[in-house]
Design a protein around this ligand. Structure first.
Ligand SMILES: Nc1ncnc2c1ncn2[C@@H]1O[C@H](COP(=O)(O)OP(=O)(O)O)[C@@H](O)[C@H]1O
Ligand SMILES: [Mg+2]
Length: 169
């Protein structure tokens, strides 16, 4: 599945599910057209879901916002996704620790969500995930960056190869 399709599908689903959660959380998405790139959709959905759940947990007011953007940064050959909430924020001191296994400030938290998210992004997709902004009482922004493989051109080459096979080469 392409990253673009996954993002669209994923946020349609969350948008529909949200009204039952008791908080009035507005989801704002700004997705620019992304180059065709395949990701492991099960794993990547899981990353998005965990960022999203953490944001919902962090929003301690009756009204909040989660804003997700995605765009292709051509000079760096990456897709950058930002995931920002209007929650309670993460302290500067904890900006690395939140990714450690077992780190949780929640009563029943396992503290594994961000650990696994990091493994999926960094080990499986060779990308990066980090906290790009946070302020106490104002919110937190996570950034996920995924390198764009040269599969665009690879796809193109294999399409041509397929055509050649079909025509007897
Ligand atoms: N969006 C966020 N806003 C504020 N704090 C967050 C956010 N996301 C994660 N955290 C902090 O990082 C900790 C670790 O998150 P995570 O690994 O998902 O484990 P868990 O959700 O089980 O606590 C959370 O307990 C919380 O303190
Ligand atoms: Mg979590």
């Amino acid at each position: 599945m392409s990253l673009q399709d996954l993002l669209d599908e994923h946020f349609t689903y969350f948008g529909k599910r949200l009204p039952t959660l008791g908080k009035k959380v507005t989801i704002v998405t700004e997705f620019e057209p992304l180059p065709p790139m395949q990701i492991n959709s099960d794993l990547f959905s899981w990353v998005l879901e965990n960022l999203f759940k953490n944001s919902l947990d962090a929003i301690d007011k009756p009204i909040g916002e989660i804003k997700v953007t995605a765009r292709y940064i051509e000079v760096d050959q990456i897709v950058r996704i930002t995931h920002r909430d209007s929650g309670k924020g993460i302290t500067w001191d904890n900006r690395h620790a939140v990714f450690n296994p077992g780190f949780s400030t929640k009563k029943r938290g396992w503290g594994l969500g961000l650990t696994l998210a990091r493994r999926i992004v960094e080990e499986y997709h060779h990308g990066r995930i980090y906290i790009s902004w946070s302020q106490k009482g104002k919110g937190t922004e996570f950034t996920v960056e995924i390198p764009v493989p040269e599969s665009g051109s690879r796809d193109h080459v294999s399409r041509i190869a397929g055509l050649q096979r079909n025509s007897g080469f």
